[in-house]
Design a protein around this ligand. Structure first.
Ligand code: MN
Length: 318
C-alpha cells in the first residue's frame, strides 16, 4: 500500500490515533500529517487526537492538533486511522464512519483491520515503522523523520523490546540520516523525569526490601508519601522497571496506595516467574513479564499474599 496512490482527487484528509495518545500514536499521526501537508499543499489535513503528552509537543504541528473533535468538514474525502482500529479513536470515530474513503494502518495483533484500505503488520515494531513503508521515502524530510523516529523509540523501549527487528533498525538508520540530534530526542521522550519523579523514584529504591533470598524485590509508596511529594500515579511510572534491574532479582513488585487499604500492584519479571498468572489470581492481568492488579489489605498483607505465589513459582521453575 502506498499513500500517494490514494491521494488523487482528495481535497480533505482526517487523521486519528487512539485515545490517551502515546509516542507511537502521536509520532505516526504527525508523521503522516507532515508528509501529506508538505507534499500536497492544496489538501486540507486535520489531525484529531486527545491532549498530547508535554514531552511530545516538540514534534512539528502538534500545536495544530484538533482535540475538540469538532470540524466544519462533515465528510472527509480520506480518513486515516493509525496505531489502533477505528473503535479506539474515541470521539474521532464518527469522522471515520462518515468519510468517503478510509485507511487503517496498525501493528497490533488484535486489530483485524477497519476501513477500505488496511495495512496491518503485527510483526512491525510500531505504527511509525509502517508509515515509513507507505510513504515515498524520497519525499521524506527531517521533521517527518523526527516524528517517526519518536514513535519507534517509545514503542521499542529505545530499540530494546523484542519487537525490534533488523528492519526496525534499517528504518531507524534511514531516519537518522537526516542528521537530527537523536540522543537528545531519546532522553527527552524516554528517559527524562521531573525532579519530583526522580525524588519519589529515589525514595522507592531507598525503601525497597529483598525477599526470597534476594530474588524478589518489593517497594511500597503510601498515600502519605504521595501527598508529601505531591505525586500523581503517573509520576510512579518506571519505578518497577528500575527495581527489576537489581542484580540477582528475578521478580519486582511495586505497589502504591490508591485509596486507604487498597493497593495498585505492578509486577515485573525477567522470565523466571509468570507474573500474569499471579496478577490473574488477584483479578488483574497482563503479560508473562509485566502484569498488574489491585489488592485490598494492609501493605504487609498484600506483600505476604502475593509473595507466596511468587515463591511457589520460583520453587517449581528452578
Ligand atoms: Mn504503537
Amino acid at each position: 500500500m502506498k499513500i500517494d496512490e490514494l491521494m488523487s482527487g482528495i481535497k480533505t484528509v482526517g487523521i486519528a490515533g487512539h485515545i490517551r495518545p502515546d509516542g507511537d500514536c502521536v509520532g505516526s499521526c504527525m508523521g503522516m500529517y507532515l508528509y501529506l501537508s508538505k507534499n500536497y499543499p492544496d489538501v486540507r489535513v486535520d489531525v484529531f487526537l486527545e491532549s498530547i503528552p508535554p514531552e511530545l509537543m516538540f514534534i512539528k504541528g502538534t500545536d495544530k492538533v484538533n482535540s475538540e473533535f469538532v470540524s466544519d468538514v462533515d465528510s472527509y474525502d480520506l480518513f486515516i486511522v493509525l496505531d489502533c482500529s477505528k473503535d479506539r479513536t474515541g470521539n474521532a470515530e464518527s469522522f471515520f464512519d462518515k468519510a468517503k474513503k478510509t485507511v487503517n494502518i496498525d501493528h497490533h495483533v488484535s486489530n483485524t483491520g477497519t476501513g477500505d484500505v488496511t495495512y496491518i503488520v503485527p510483526t512491525a515494531s510500531s505504527a511509525c515503522e509502517l508509515v515509513f513503508d507507505v510513504i515515498n521515502q524520497d519525499k521524506l524530510d527531517e521533521e517527518t523523520a523526527k516524528s517517526l523516529y519518536t514513535g519507534m523509540v517509545t514503542d521499542t523501549g529505545v530499540f530494546k523490546y523484542n519487537n525490534t527487528s533488523p528492519k526496525t533498525m534499517e528504518v531507524a538508520a534511514k531516519l537518522i540520516s537526516f542528521g537530527f540530534d537523536f540522543g537528545s530526542l531519546i532522553d527527552h521522550v524516554f528517559y527524562e523525569k521531573t525532579y519530583l519523579q526522580n525524588q519519589i523514584l529515589g525514595r522507592a529504591l531507598l525503601e525497597s526490601i529483598r525477599l526470597l533470598d534476594g530474588r524478589l524485590i518489593v517497594s511500597v509508596v503510601t498515600r502519605q508519601m504521595m501527598d508529601f511529594y505531591g505525586a500523581k500515579s503517573n509520576d510512579l511510572d518506571g519505578i518497577v522497571n528500575q527495581l527489576l534491574l537489581t542484580i540477582g532479582v528475578d521478580c519486582a513488585m511495586f505497589m502504591y496506595e490508591i485509596e486507604p487499604l487498597v493497593y495498585k500492584v505492578s509486577l515485573r519479571s525477567n522470565g523466571a516467574v509468570n507474573v500474569s498468572e499471579i496478577a490473574q489470581l488477584f483479578g488483574g492481568g497482563g503479560h508473562i513479564r509485566a502484569a498488574g492488579c489491585s489488592v485490598n489489605g494492609t501493605a504487609h498483607d498484600v506483600i505476604n499474599n502475593i509473595t507466596q505465589y511468587i515463591h511457589k513459582q520460583l520453587e517449581e521453575n528452578s
